[in-house]
Write a protein that binds this ligand. Structure first.
Ligand SMILES: O=C(O)C(=O)C[C@H](O)C(=O)CO
Ligand SMILES: [Zn+2]
Length: 287
């Protein structure tokens, strides 16, 4: 597991491009036949992936957690952006299709990931945070029929925002948050931009009570997203390519403008779970 420390906004304003990328960018999130994880001291979020191709991948705590097993004192959310796959949780198999996800509660011991077709492998994107109690483990689908183990994202949690005129027409699909899928602190979802729209999270915001990580995907090889971070009056950019993630401290804006439309997964952890508790930035104040 790779470790990233927290960073002060006073230091970050002096960072070179290289240092900014070292601290905040997670460049190669998906690695073949590997579980790859980055542990950030910012709210102790773990961000990473499992990309099983030829073998099943088993999640272990590693030395860093000093725990008997990964979810001994943690919870986790998973969203699959690859082909169909399977997550086995304490012996129970969940079939997780493309853009389907899972919430796995604290205390689940044995977790293994596999792909149904090695030619079209699953790409499980993972966010995990410290937890204090166990909430039910559940498969999450954006569409379909609910059952005992499957929850469907409610219409009220598919929020269309922006306009083509402002180049920010997008839909935020909220997978894990109160009233949809309960968790101790983790919230996750997918935002998809409409063709012709390129701006996410614009108008932009900070949220002093939560940090956030974005994973950008569905970006063609010759395209990119300029991701903007920093205090609203000290903005910096990171050029982001397909399937790269970026860590956003609470004091930082997190907004992007692509060379075309794209999709991203957001994950938040911290003080509260009120999605709308944001400190909106007056665009006249951006520098
Ligand atoms: O496009 C957007 O706007 C978002 O997806 C916003 C993120 O979900 C976010 O930053 C929530 O705090
Ligand atoms: Zn945000």
């Amino acid at each position: 597991m790779e470790l990233r420390t927290a960073a002060s906004p006073r230091d970050v304003k002096h960072y070179t491009t290289e240092r900014l990328r070292e601290e905040f960018l997670i460049e190669k999130v998906f690695r073949e036949d590997e579980i790859y994880l980055v542990y950030s001291h910012i709210d102790r979020i773990i961000t990473g992936s499992a990309m099983p191709i030829k073998k099943e991948l088993v999640l272990t705590a590693g030395d860093e957690l000093r725990a008997e097993y990964f979810l001994q004192r943690r919870e986790m959310g998973v969203i699959n952006i690859g082909g169909p796959g399977t997550i086995i949780v304490d012996g129970k198999a969940y079939e997780v299709g493309t853009k389907e996800g899972m919430y796995i509660g604290m205390g689940k011991k044995d977790i293994a990931f596999s792909s149904q077709d090695s030619e079209n492998p699953a790409k499980f994107y993972i966010n995990s945070a410290p937890a204090h109690m166990t909430y039910p483990t559940i498969l999450i689908k954006p569409e379909g029929t609910p059952s005992d183990d499957v929850v469907i994202v409610k219409d009220e949690n598919k929020v269309e925002l922006g306009t083509l005129e402002d180049a920010n027409h997008r839909t935020i699909c909220k997978y894990i948050l109160p009233g949809q899928v309960e968790s101790c602190q983790l919230e996750m979802g997918i935002t998809a931009l409409e063709p012709g729209s390129v701006w996410n999270t614009m108008p932009c915001h900070t949220h002093d009570r939560r940090m956030e990580v974005y994973l950008y995907f569905e970006i063609p090889e010759d395209s990119f997203v300029m991701h903007f971070m920093g205090e609203p009056t000290e903005t910096r950019h990171l050029v982001m390519r397909n399937e790269e993630a970026v860590i956003s401290p609470s004091w930082s804006i997190h907004s992007g403008c692509g060379s075309r439309n794209y999709t991203f997964i957001w994950g938040m952890v911290g003080e509260n779970q009120d999605f709308d508790d944001m400190d909106n930035v007056d665009l006249k104040d951006l520098k």
